[in-house]
Design a protein around this ligand. Structure first.
Ligand code: BES
Ligand code: ZN
Length: 397
């Protein structure tokens, strides 16, 4: 009798806690994606406003995971969205896109390619096996979810790894960028420029991972491709620049963003803070998924939410320095990664990607996103590391 009562009580309690609604928040999302997801989640999501391209949807904060999962699993596509803390912020984004006013604050970049002597030996030093080792280490964290303890621990690992690489350099430091609303910090490595330190080059990628629908703090999310590959590529870029004793004129920052998978939240705070302090970010490269060789093209430059001039510059860099590598263009979809945060903050950003969208790695956001999907090598990611090394040096002039 008593145990039956207890059972009923447990049942009621667990039921009420799962059905208890989280805080109301807002996202902006591509219009086609929004109509698909509204059909699926009509109980919890409400479209408030839209223009011809995007919609503002009111959403229960807890449903953000399932939204991202459903887009990939059900519709086999990305459904990028940007998370907003207030309806006002969402409305600003809607108007911004509506006017297509991506006016960049600062383009002082020189897109000529003329640093051959410096770039070539650095590019030659990129080693795929280093990238592979870092991907494997990052994948051993149960997940790198933005709210989980392992998501905090994995960022400590990134910070310490990067600190280890620059320990002999007085011009370099590694810091956390803390976020008020969740536990996982972003990590930023700064090599301060010796001649024009106010001009900043950013190479970043998201460090969090997610396992979608049943995700959250406990689910297994190795995120080997999405996006241990990007963080490990960046780690090799840092190693190569330091090993070659490269001392930049401008400031170079390497970033591992928190909380990308839940609406670009980490990078949004960082890019907005750079905007607020009138920073002069002359170029941003986003590395998100670099190790799944799914297409005839090796490197695919995403055209949306990116800067066309800088994209063409990176294409020229590949032709010049990354031999045997083909590249082209594709569209990613509304706000599919952190480059959108930088574009929205007014800075020129690019997103070179591992494949054409339709050939993307289908195992991302699941427990199957392991390096075995890439035949246990990081040879594809190494192409991105070579490109990124050349990008940093060629912008640094
Ligand atoms: N790495 C993906 C972006 C991606 C996936 C680009 C496949 C191109 C092809 C990123 O981490 C991601 O999952 N983005 C979400 C949106 C995000 C705001 C939750 C997406 O695109 O669905
Ligand atoms: Zn993802």
């Amino acid at each position: 009798m008593n145990s039956k009562l207890l059972l009923i009580l447990v049942f009621i309690l667990s039921f009420s806690s799962t059905s208890f609604a989280g805080a109301k928040k807002w996202i902006t999302i591509g219009k086609d994606a929004s109509s698909m997801s509204l059909q699926k989640f009509n109980s919890s999501m409400k479209e408030l406003k839209s223009n011809s391209d995007i919609s503002i949807i009111e959403i229960d904060e807890d449903d953000v995971n399932s939204l991202s999962h459903e887009m990939h699993e059900q519709f086999n596509r990305c459904g990028g969205f940007i998370f907003h803390d207030s309806l006002e912020a969402a409305e600003k984004e809607l108007n911004n896109i509506g006017n297509k006013s991506f006016a960049t604050k600062s383009i002082f970049a020189d897109y000529a390619i003329n640093q051959n002597d410096i770039v070539r030996p650095l590019v030659a030093a990129v080693t795929a096996n280093n990238i592979k080792n870092t991907i494997e280490k990052l994948s051993t964290f149960n997940n790198r979810y933005y709210k989980s303890q392992t998501g905090v621990a994995s960022q400590k690992f990134v910070k310490e790894t990067w600190e280890g690489l620059v320990s002999g350099r007085s011009d370099a430091k590694v810091e956390y960028f803390q976020h008020r609303a969740w536990a996982q910090p972003s990590v930023i490595l700064t090599i301060t420029g010796s001649k024009s330190p106010k001009e900043v080059i950013v190479i970043g990628g998201h460090a969090d991972s997610i396992a979608g629908y049943f995700g959250g703090s406990r689910a297994r999310a190795p995120g080997a491709d999405d996006n241990a590959s990007g963080i490990s590529t960046i780690t090799e870029v840092i190693r190569v620049l330091v090993a070659g004793n490269y001392q930049p004129d401008k400031t170079i920052k390497f970033m591992g963003y928190a909380a990308e998978e839940v609406g670009l939240r980490g990078s949004k705070e960082i890019a907005q803070s750079f905007n607020a302090s009138n920073a002069n970010v002359i170029g941003v490269m986003q590395l998100d998924m670099t190790n799944f060789n799914g297409s005839d093209l090796d490197i695919v430059m995403m055209t949306d939410f990116t800067n066309a001039n800088q994209n063409a510059f990176i294409g020229n860099i590949i032709d010049e320095y990354v031999s045997g590598v083909s590249w082209g263009y594709d569209k990613c979809g509304y706000a599919c990664s952190d480059h959108a945060s930088w574009t929205n903050a007014g800075f020129p950003a690019s997103m070179p990607f591992e494949a054409k969208k339709r050939d993307m790695n289908r195992n991302i956001h699941t427990s199957r996103d392991t390096i075995s999907q890439s035949r246990n090598t990081a040879s594809h990611a190494a192409k991105f590391a070579r490109m990124a090394v050349a990008f940093a040096v060629e912008l640094d002039k």
